[in-house]
Design a protein around this ligand. Sequence first.
Ligand code: AHM
Ligand code: MG
Length: 334
Amino acid sequence: MPEVTVTEHLLLHQKLSPHATGMFTGLLYDLILSGKSIAMRINKAGLLDVLGGTGMVNVQGENVQKLDDIANHILLYRMERCGALCAMSSEEEPDLIRVRPEFPQGDYILIFDPLDGSSNIDVNVNVGTIFSIFHRPEGGSGEVRLEEVLQQGCRQVAAGYMLYGPSTMLVLSTGQGVHGFTLDPGVGEFLLSHPNMQIPEQGYIYSVNEGNRQNWSDASREAVDWFHTTRAANGKHYSSRYVGSLVADFHRTLIYGGIYMYPPDADKPQGKLRLMCEANPLAFLAEQAGGKASDGYGRILERQPDKLHARTPLFIGSRRDVEAVEAIYARYPR
Ligand code: AHM
Ligand code: MG
């Protein structure tokens, strides 16, 4: 396959996408640079003193890992200076971060989970950076208001993730399909390796933390049971896979199809995953790849966030698998 870099790919699509402007390409360039920097630290994690916790608890009430903190600060530092943003929100930061006046300002808003799946770092399992990009609504000027950031996911102009695994991958959509790039460590460049990724219509893998079963509602139990009792796309029983890194579980779902589920439960009535920095970007990718993403009752991308760290149940993956869950939830009142 001829080698196509991310920049070349974006330039090729620039004619088609109103969002692939020079400023957007610059934003992506700095995001990718941050990702390479994070990947480099993760690759050396066992050698440098970066494993384990910081002893701090984040805004989500979770233990902050050292690499969470490092990834967060790499992104905050680099992206504030990229010239394309007016504001950012990170899973690790309680409040909206406005680009300070001493730095060049742009019209884009970046929302990210700096290191998803970080509870897996110490055991050398895949983790990733998930990102979501919005435009500031037309007419906005002066200091960015929180309401300008709390947009429905369907208004994302781009979304994606960098997956730090056996190889480092960038999976990206600017609304023109989903494309995967693999980092060639020799030249330090992401090269197009997975053009036009499509989620199969139905899969053969379901992915859920069944340890939470006793805390699920009847609807959630019935939804998961459906995958225990129904024939999968390959005519066999569904298989179960659960990494516990959303970005890794989603990547598998994107390639093989099937469904990833994080239902609400008695301890987490709104679900666990964050709407803006986890569910929205992956929902955008899922839809762009021909799949679906739902909260059980409706489209993730139509949910209106009421705060930066709003949570949501998530059912994402192959269209028919997600529709099977929605059909079950429809029989139970919200
Ligand atoms: P994180 O962003 O702090 O890593 O938390 C989100 C993670 C997801 O990556 C993963 O799918 C989920 O939490 C796992 O949760 P659980 O351990 O409850 O199954
Ligand atoms: Mg996460």
